[in-house]
Design a binder for this molecule. Structure first.
Ligand SMILES: NC(=O)c1ccc[n+]([C@@H]2O[C@H](COP(=O)([O-])OP(=O)(O)OC[C@H]3O[C@@H](n4cnc5c(N)ncnc54)[C@H](O)[C@@H]3O)[C@@H](O)[C@H]2O)c1
Length: 248
């Protein structure tokens, strides 16, 4: 087991990509904090982990709120006494044509997708300075490519990728590594509408050399690797798990 004796906080782990990563971490021996705004679903994820013989707790948090993020860290330390791994996975997508993009929606997406990485990263890293750790941020193809109607999502993810580098530089002296995973088009609730659109679906499949959507479980190899000692000299980088989409 590659994450034995580690404590991992995974935000947005009630469903989708975060859910898959949390289950995989528990299988590798980590004690996992399922941190999500949807407490009921987070508790269901905990139930799955416990049923499989793992250890986990659920914590209700809005990752864009400093007070709640600090509570998440306090709760984790109360329960498990340490934080070794933080996965900044919680995120939202909101699509509007640029001219009609509501300011409130833009602020919300920047706060949930980007400010959360700053808040959770800072709160967890303040504890990790004592013994080192691994922070994994979740970016997107939107960090590298323009997509229509994603004037909030795209810039938020480009900034997450950039923030990863700055955090890696500032936190390296504390033996805290900070990396990013860039998922391609994965089958989750977030992408339901894209898969339902014949045009978008066709475009995505044509531009993905492997010719299909990814399953959330396919992110877990990179997520385990970056959390474990196997990646002990890797920091500040982005690992693309995208079926080759960015080859174009
Ligand atoms: N699905 C994809 O194709 C894809 C591609 C690239 C990147 N991503 C990124 O992966 C991450 C997970 O996305 P997903 O596809 O699993 O989406 P999802 O909608 O299935 O899951 C997102 C999770 O985040 C939680 N969440 C949302 N806002 C929150 C908040 N303010 N505080 C705490 N939790 C909150 C939700 O409750 C949910 O459990 C996101 O950062 C997303 O941008 C997804």
């Amino acid at each position: 087991m590659r994450l034995q004796n580690k404590v991992a906080v995974v935000t947005g782990a009630a469903q989708g990509n975060g859910h898959a990563i949390a289950l995989a971490y528990a299988r590798e021996g980590a004690r996992v904090v399922i941190a999500d705004i949807q407490l009921f679903k987070a508790e269901e994820t905990v139930g799955e982990i416990l049923a499989a013989g793992g250890r986990a707790i659920a914590v209700a948090v809005d990752v864009s709120r400093r007070d709640q993020v600090e509570q998440m860290v306090v709760r984790t330390l109360d329960e498990y006494g340490q934080i070794d791994v933080l996965v900044n996975n919680a995120g939202i997508a909101d699509a509007h044509r640029f001219l009609e993009y509501p300011e409130e929606a833009w602020d919300r997406i920047i706060n949930v997708n980007l400010k959360s990485v700053f808040l959770c990263g800072q709160a967890a890293a303040r504890h990790m300075t004592e013994h080192g750790g691994s922070i994994i941020n979740i970016a997107s193809l939107s960090a590298e490519r323009g997509f229509p109607r994603l004037a909030g999502y795209g810039p938020s993810k480009a900034a997450v990728k950039q923030l990863t580098k700055v955090m890696a530089i500032d936190l390296g002296r504390y033996k805290i590594r900070v990396n990013c995973i860039g998922p391609g088009n994965m089958i989750t609730e977030m992408t339901e509408a894209f898969r339902a659109s014949a045009t978008i679906n066709e475009q995505f499949l044509q531009r993905t050399p492997l010719g299909r959507w990814g399953e959330p479980e396919e992110l877990t190899g990179a997520a385990i690797f970056l959390a474990s000692e196997e990646s002990s000299f890797i920091t500040g980088t982005t690992v693309w798990v995208d079926g080759g989409y960015l080859c174009w």
